[in-house]
Design a protein around this ligand. Structure first.
Ligand code: SF4
Length: 75
């Protein structure tokens, strides 16, 4: 499993993560920030544990994020 974390408040809504990893990210029409699907919020850090098959696409999203608010780690 991997754990993906998003510090959502700092999102600038560029959409890169949605394009690179649509299995995990959706853009919110309400506030223009990305949503990490099925994640749990802990003081603004949204985290979800997912299968390893998403490691490449989630790492691609983390690398592309211009404000570096996506983290991927083994869990
Ligand atoms: S890549 Fe980063 S800044 Fe862009 S929408 Fe995703 S989380 Fe937000």
């Amino acid at each position: 499993m991997i754990a993906v974390t998003l510090q959502r408040q700092k999102c600038i809504g560029c959409n890169y993560c949605v394009e690179l990893c649509p299995e995990l990210f959706r853009m919110s029409k309400k506030d223009g920030k990305t949503v990490l699907l099925k994640s749990v919020d802990k003081k603004g850090f949204f985290t979800v544990r997912v299968n390893d098959v998403l490691i490449d696409s989630s790492n691609a999203a983390a690398s592309a994020c211009p404000v570096k608010i996506i983290q991927v780690r083994e869990s």
